[in-house]
Design a protein around this ligand. Sequence first.
Ligand code: URA
Length: 265
Amino acid sequence: MNLQSGWQSEFEIARACLEWQVEMGVDEAICDAPIDRYALDPAPAAKTPAKAAADPPAPTAEIDPVADAESLAATAHDLDSLAAALADYSHCELKLGARNLVFSDGRAGARVMIVGEAPGREEDLRGRPFVGEAGQLLDRMFAAIDMARDHPDIARALYITNILPWRPPQNRDPSPEERAMMRPFVLRHIELAAPDILVLMGRISASTLLGTNDGITKIRGQWRDVAGRPALPMLHPAYLLRNPAAKREAWADLLDLQARLRTTQ
Ligand code: URA
């Protein structure tokens, strides 16, 4: 392919390359972060011993991504500034491969805050949590107890976020490091949204916020405490799509949540 002839700009060349990749069947990024291979040094020259000796290793400042996340999250005084702080946070490489920061959906001030795992493909495209197939099931589950993310009655509304605001490539599980980095932001998010009750939706959410390795099928339905608020671990709707028989347990948990909301009114 002669890319030079007839092309107007680098932009058109780049677009043609992308279109060619899409035609070949490429439909998403698979690395955690994009790699600019043109910027890679093709053959780093070996240092001569004399040069190496003259070049003492530069002192590297120790960066603690979790401590940075804690101090950045603490500066946020409302939900908008927390979203801005997250957008400024630079230690999580998932951000480089994501299309959007997925911060939250629903009504701030809702009594129930749902914390899911991480955006999937649809959420990444639309910048809203739980809008794919699992999200549609989540909406139906809560509609069954007359609750919805945009319910006009704030007592029946939901506020929704995730442990991770950026989509992991191929929807892989977030690593322990990524979860540890995001935890301070989620805890601040909970503080600022100030719900009466938290729903920890799925294994990743429950283990990150409860610090437990117990499986979700073991701890679902057991009330816990997160940041001084009652928290109910539940089976993730994506799990329910794969295991419809487990909807029975999810229904029991929803009824329990409804009862708890009545008694804490
Ligand atoms: N699963 C999640 O945990 N969160 C989303 O936003 C979508 C799917």
